[in-house]
Design a protein around this ligand. Structure first.
Ligand code: PEP
Ligand code: MG
Length: 326
């Protein structure tokens, strides 16, 4: 019945041997939150704020952004929300920003690289976020993975970028008088996965963007339809980068999520959990199947599966392990 299905969707993604994987939804506006919660989301693991800029003809003001972030926090009622700062560039071009045209925009001034060059874009966004934290995050709210609000930086390649971003965040947080807000980074460039241990020292959490990590690891433009069949996030090279990211994070006790498309694939989610991923965030419609699959598995079996997958020679070999799974 419908009621039984709704109860099932609400169950946590806890494996048979008792390991819970946190489950978030990728949601960009407050109106989509009720649907995501109904599908079984425990929070929002990725709010892409580009959409605030793409859905209108001009730049949203600090107050506009404050209103949107506040509405997200209200809709989530204390559940975790990870807001990603602007990831413009690459495939996400915003005409009204009049940014210089680049020969290879995916390899150019994108994400954090743009934020660091454009304080006029980054600072109003951070002020809006820290005002929302000051006004809507109650004293004594959880910190870490369960924090009601976290801020995440896109397209990180190096430690100096993280240090520079942290400095700006800390200054603005003090100016606003906001409580501490966990600051995380996207791992979506191979350099960041390889240096995960160094990066983990300087931030609070990671979220792996497997769409971009796959694009940059395999040198396949994520929009190239001809190459799309080979752009598989379950390629062993990508899985090994994810494994390195988990190992680097573990060295500093940081948690690691995945918010790229493969998190919403039940077999992909199983592998990710086996690699040591703590949180999976996906399109709301993918939530029920992923949760059901994880609940039907044991972590011991997922770890063995992940180890076998990393040792495969190609993506087809990894895919063939689906179903071979006990
Ligand atoms: C990703 O790259 O996997 C990701 C989640 O970010 P986006 O798709 O917005 O680039
Ligand atoms: Mg990305």
């Amino acid at each position: 019945t419908q009621a039984a299905e709704a109860r099932e969707r609400a169950l946590p993604a806890r494996t048979r041997d008792g390991h819970a994987v946190a489950i978030g939804a990728n949601v960009n506006n407050p109106e989509q939150v009720p649907l995501a919660l109904d599908q079984g989301a425990e929070g929002v693991g990725l709010m892409r704020t580009e959409f605030l800029f793409l859905e209108r003809g001009d730049t949203p003001s600090e107050d506009d952004q404050y209103a949107t972030y506040s509405a997200m926090l209200a809709a989530l009622a204390g559940r975790p929300l990870i807001v990603r700062t602007l990831d413009i560039g690459g495939d996400k071009q915003v005409a009204h920003l009049h940014l210089p045209k680049e020969e290879n925009p995916f390899l150019g001034v994108r994400g954090a690289r743009l934020l660091l060059r454009r304080p006029d874009l980054m600072e109003p966004q951070l002020r809006a976020l820290y005002r929302a934290a000051r006004d809507h995050v109650p004293a004594g709210a959880p910190t870490g993975k369960d924090a009601p609000l976290s801020i995440m930086m896109p397209m990180i390649t190096s430690v100096p970028e993280v240090l520079a971003l942290r400095t700006v965040c800390e200054r603005i947080r003090e100016e606003i008088g906001a409580p501490p807000v966990p600051l995380g980074i996207m791992i979506e460039v191979p350099a960041a996965a390889i240096q995960a241990d160094a990066l983990a020292r300087h931030c609070d959490f990671f979220s792996i963007g497997t769409n971009d990590l796959t694009q940059y690891a395999l040198a396949i433009d994520r929009q190239n339809t001809e190459m799309a069949p080979e752009a598989d996030s379950l390629h062993p090279a990508v899985l090994r980068l994810i494994r390195m990211t988990c190992e680097g994070a573990a060295r500093h006790g940081r948690f690691v999520g995945v918010c790229g498309g493969i998190a919403g694939d039940p077999f992909g989610a199983s592998l990710l959990a086996g690699l040591g991923i703590h949180e999976l965030s996906m399109t709301p419609r993918d939530l029920p199947a992923v949760k059901a699959r994880l609940r039907a598995s044991s972590m011991a079996e997922l770890r063995a599966l992940a180890a076998r997958a990393c040792a495969e020679e190609d993506a087809a070999g990894v895919r063939a392990l689906d179903g071979a799974q006990a």
